[in-house]
Structure formats: C-alpha cells, structure tokens
Design a protein around this ligand. Sequence first.
Ligand SMILES: CC1=C(CCC(=O)O)c2cc3nc(cc4[nH]c(cc5[nH]c(cc1n2)c(C)c5CCC(=O)O)c(CCC(=O)O)c4C)C(CCC(=O)O)=C3C
Ligand SMILES: [Fe+2]
Length: 343
Amino acid sequence: MTYDALLLVSFGGPESPADVLPFLRNVTRGRGVPEDRLTEVAEHYYHFGGVSPINEWCRKLVDALEQDFAANGVNLPIYWGNRNWPPMLVEAVQRMAGDGVKRALAFTTSAYGSYSSCRQYLEDLAAARAAVGSKAPAIDKIRHFFDHPGFIHPFADNLRDAAGRVADSERGATRVLFTAHSIPDAMNDVSGPDGARYTDQVAEASELVMEQSGVDLPYDIVWQSRSGPPESPWLGPDINDHLKQLAAEGVRTVVVSPVGFLSDHIEVLWDLDTEAQQTAAELGMTLHRAGTPGLDSRVVTMVRELVTERTDDAPIRRLGKLPLWAPGDDGCCPARRPAGLGR
Ligand SMILES: CC1=C(CCC(=O)O)c2cc3nc(cc4[nH]c(cc5[nH]c(cc1n2)c(C)c5CCC(=O)O)c(CCC(=O)O)c4C)C(CCC(=O)O)=C3C
Ligand SMILES: [Fe+2]
C-alpha cells in the first residue's frame, strides 16, 4: 500500500493548571465518571503543576521520528493529533487534507487492544475524518505493538537496571510486579476477536520483558488507576491491595515495571511514584520503579519498522505468539463501548 503521511495519535494531556478541568471533561464526556472522581484526579495533575508529560513527549517523539525518517530514506511527513487535548486530531486531519494527503498511517501510543486502548482511537479517527469531510485522507491504524522488540527490549533493560538496585541479601524477599491500566471486566471480556485479548497481551508482554531481562525473580501482574465505582468489577488485583498481600507474605522489596505505558504520564508519576510508593512505605517495603521506554531510540526505530512493514512489506518483527489481527477488522473489539459497565 502507498501512504503519504504518518499520523501520531495520542491521548493528550494538560500543560497548565487552567487546562486540567477542561481536559478531564473531554476525557470523561459521556462516560459516567462521577464528579468526585474528577476532582480527585484533578488534584493528581495539580500536584505536578497541572502539567502531564505526555504532550512534551509526543513533541519530542515527532522530532526524533523526523530525523530518523530523513536518515533512513522514509519520505513521509509526520502529523500529530490527540484524543482529548490540543493539538486535537481533527486539526491534524484538517491540515493533512489541506496539504493534499490522500492516505495516512496512524501510530497510536497505546500498544494494546481493548475498547479504551484501540477501538476508541479508531472511533476518534473516524469522527475527525467525518468532521473534515470529503477531502479527509483515508487513515489506517498500525497494529498493536505490545510484543515488538522496540517495546520489549527497553522495558527489559530498565527492569534489569531496577532489579540491580536490590541488595543480594534481599533477593529472597523480592517480587517483580508488572502493572497496566485497569479496565472494566466487561471491556476485557470483549477485547479482541475472542475476548480477553487485553489481559492476554499484557501477560505476554510481561513474560517477554521478564525473559529478555534475564532477571531471575518471581513476578506477578497487577493493575492500576481504576476509576469505576467499587461495585463494578474492574481488572484486579489493584497494585496497592497487592502490596498489602505481599507484605503479609513476607515480601519486603518490589520492582515495578509499568508495562502498560509506553512513556511516563500522570498514571506513572502519581499512581506509582506517589501513591504506590506511599503504600509501600507504610508497609515498610522498598519499591524500585523501572522506567518506561519513553524516548529510547529503539522506540523510534520501532515506529519506522511498523511503517515500513506496511509501505514496503518489510518483515513483521515481533517476539510474541498471540495471533495478530488487523484493527478495524470485524474481528476487533466491538464498535461501541460495551454496555453494562455498572455506571
Ligand atoms: C486502557 C487505558 C489506557 C491505556 C491506553 C492509552 O494509552 O490510551 C489509558 C491511558 C490514559 N488514561 C489517561 C487519563 C485518564 N483516563 C481516565 C479514565 C479511564 N481510562 C481508562 C483506560 C485506559 N486509559 C478507562 C477504562 C477509564 C474510565 C473512563 C472511560 O471508560 O473512558 C481519566 C478520567 C478520570 C479517571 O476516571 O481516572 C483520565 C484523566 C491518560 C493521560 C495521562 C496523562 O495525562 O498523563 C492516558 C495515557
Ligand atoms: Fe485512562
């Protein structure tokens, strides 16, 4: 297939305190998230001056990709648009249309399947194209990349570094924790062609990171940042509950790898580095947080390879075994947000 642009699609995040509440209203519009949850989450952002690192990371990723594409003969202009905060997707699609782009590839910053991490981005792309009208380019979303070496290897190196900070005498009381964003059980149940693909992909990525890191410690998979009411079932155990459980079992040190997140955002800075750190401290445990890939050069190479996979039929590089399916196929997550989420 011939493409004439790459579109970076991300979540968006506030860049000043005044942005925080309008951003949160964009995120939660029509989602039934209670008002007190919004006020609570706003505080997490204010704690960091109202600035999420996500937009600045996207800007730097675009710069790095432009340099990498130029150096490797990939002749595609790069555009960037977000779901929830400027630069918005519709503006990016508008600019592409104005520049005469006919067909673009979209790289979304979420590595996994599920309504929230994949299908919702497809809906956003469709809505932006509809708003722009007949001049809007066709846009094809790049596949899930949870098992691409450019995703797994930086996590593995960062895990090895963090585990290296554990004293030899503590290793017998140490656990590795992989953490990803919790979603409602009902959403996971319909993720992918035959359900539960989100949890399957997180499990496979965790296993691959563990294997590639060479770290010889037991590990568990935990979930973070849930936002539904307590009576509606979301993926668990929550990382904070699990820390309590581990403390009761005699574990004194945890090494936490945020395998659900390609870069640091508020979920990493608040939910892990602030909240989970505090839980660990209260339990007398030590928590070493392993880094996200962020701007690792292998992430940049990965995006280029995901592009040339589509433009030049370059080989598909992946370490996992789960079946792949093309997002947008009938076999992908249901087009509408699953009902019955309990709020
Ligand atoms: C699977 C998943 C990812 C990973 C995929 C991806 O990367 O896209 C993700 C990413 C992110 N989520 C983010 C922020 C928020 N998510 C919320 C709410 C929700 N997330 C959900 C799921 C996910 N979220 C769900 C099921 C909800 C409930 C409401 C709904 O069903 O839609 C809320 C509302 C308040 C709250 O309920 O907590 C906020 C503020 C940010 C930006 C962080 C920053 O600013 O640095 C990022 C990257
Ligand atoms: Fe979220």
